[in-house]
Unconditional design. Sequence first.
Length: 131
Amino acid sequence: MSSSAPRSPNALGGSTLTGLRLRDRDGGEQTVPAHCLYVLIGGHPSTDWLGGTLALDDRGYILTGSGVAGADALPMETSVPGVFAVGDVRSGSVKRVGAAVGEGAAVAQCLVEYRRRHPALFPDARAVCGF
């Protein structure tokens, strides 16, 4: 924490973090030593806009793979054939930026494979960069 950074009454220390003041849901409070802090913001998928189009788990994350899309489903394929989900919105994902980036890159190969499996769906498509 730099001296010019906004200060939190729950982060303790001067120019470096030395502790955290924690409160539980019942109003109890304790102070614990800490030298680092990982901040996780969000934890609620924004999937309401899908309006029931895709299968979701009980927490609202999009279900993917063979468990929802059939035995021959590609990784990250949703309950709608040819529609894929990656990143934090996907049920069972790691919920980290690096993992989401990796899933985004990996799904490109899934798209190539989907097109290979279903050529009739893409009669006018040209093979550009493997797609």
